[in-house]
Design a protein around this ligand. Sequence first.
Ligand SMILES: Cc1ncc(COP(=O)(O)O)c(C=O)c1O
Length: 309
Amino acid sequence: MSTRAGILSCIGNTPLVRLEAVVPGGCAEVWLKLEGGNPTGSYKDRMALSIVRSAMERGELRAGERVVEYTGGSTGMALSFVCAVTGLKFAAVSSDAFAASKLAGIRAFGGELLIERSEGGAITPALMQRMKERAHALAKEPGSYYANQFGSPYVPAGYQSMGREIAQALDGRVDALCAGVGTGGALMGTFDGLAASGAAPRAWALEPLQSPLLTEGRGGAHKVEGIGVGFEPPFLDRSRLAGIRAIDQEEAFVMCRRLAREEGIFSGASTGLNVVGAIELARELGPGKRVVTLACDSGLKYLGGHLFP
Ligand SMILES: Cc1ncc(COP(=O)(O)O)c(C=O)c1O
């Protein structure tokens, strides 16, 4: 791992910026952790490095062996990247239901793609189940290691660095943290990192209003990639949260465009949703307080989609 540590050392230590133009007067400060600067353009690099490094340190994964995961998105690209520079192979079980650009991103770093055919491009529970079963079967083959993005404790652990960096940048003074949840790994890991650094914010999970599974118990169709996965996020510890809020995806899309045009921050829909949630909290908390949220990835990943027509 040491010989190629150059690029891996570029994971993390991302900027934290205070939003100005999009935050109305009379609100608390809103700070945004810009994760698009990670090597694959997403905070998933932190989690991929954490999974791979810890498995190698425990001796469960050795150079030349293969990491396996089922994924349709940024997690696959991040794992493919980390495996490429640590002398590992990577196989992603995915589907034609996911964006071609995201699948190309996995291949760009040398990852192998195994495609489960969808019915007309729809992401359904049955398709996800088939992908999962194929990944589990592959991971049982000799020399294979299952990354387990929905269960590995190294997922939230990988995001603790985000919390430590935020605490350091703000001298430990953070009143609120909020973020949309897919697995819940980024929110809970960041919260842990903040706590370990002596900061004691209250934390809110966010979800799309169009799929209010966590707030109302019913999932639905929505277009905020990466969050609102339709099941209880495995790393979400509701007992530690101040609350869960549902945010309208249409407001998130508008905010994404405003972030680009008014703040020069280019991001995806989940970031727009995070910022809408953070401003809501900032309005309630008022001046003198600080709200922090996450810019999960770069808007470059979403060019060609509905977000930036
Ligand atoms: C763009 C984007 N935003 C947010 C999330 C949610 O992160 P987490 O799974 O850590 O809750 C993801 C995860 O896939 C993502 O890809």
